[in-house]
Design a protein around this ligand. Sequence first.
Ligand SMILES: [Zn+2]
Length: 308
Amino acid sequence: MNRSLAHFVAFAVILNCGSLLNSVRGDDSDRPIIVCSTTQVADFARQVVGDDWEVRCLLAPGQDPHLYRVTPNDAKLVADATLCVSNGLNLEGNNWMGALAQDAGKPLVQCTEGIRLLKVPADEGDEESEVADPHAWFSPQNAAVYVRNILRGVKAIDPEGSDRYESRAALYLSQLRGLDAWIKSQCNTIPRDRRILITSHDAFGYFCSDYGFRSAAPAGWSTGQEIGAGITPARRKAAVDSIREYGVKAIFVETSVNPKLIREIASEAGVKIGGELYSDSMGQSGTAGESYLGMMRENVLTLVNALR
Ligand SMILES: [Zn+2]
């Protein structure tokens, strides 16, 4: 072996040792994988696991979880998962995240477990039967339950990392308490009788309940056709009537829902569109609404600006 070749071999051995050490310490390829359904639960998961886990999200920003159809690639991602996370309560239409996790035999955290749920009518014309409103993250106090559920699931799989997971969760939970207080103070600048939130679909029930708003949504609790109420002439008329009756200043479109219906209602009722609210999905990466804290902040500023 000549001298330069010997050098090369020694260098290659050092490189090899380096990669071995990395795998012992847990480099990228070795990290456990948490596969989440919606952008919100993926953000909550990230706040708990940091870079210790790889966080993957099946829905892209702006996609509607009610209408989403799973792809073969989603099944592949779930097959690689260490842990799956869903919102639950059929936000994922027909429970697609639960079904994916079950088919792959993966553990699943359902974030809404343990939340005090609001009920919404299951169907227009059938106001008797009710389902649980799945949009629970719109209350920061509920978001804290989401985070604690994820924390519990992650610790069960990696008890040795508990200190780090708990520390991160504690910081984030304090931020959620701060968010709640800030939203209260912002909403208090809107007179009570002007706190009426009219959007495409009933996503904001928990927000309205926490911050003293009344709501009306022509599409019911789901945007889907098969589940939830969907858009009906009666709901549409109710929305227009309540806008007129209460002298509503503005109504709002949602980032994950086609704005057509709200535009039509706005022109029919002679009211302006107050802006776009993040509802079932957060914003694109790099936008102000790319995180839960950011989307809630931007939503509140949009509401305050339009309704005050
Ligand atoms: Zn929804």
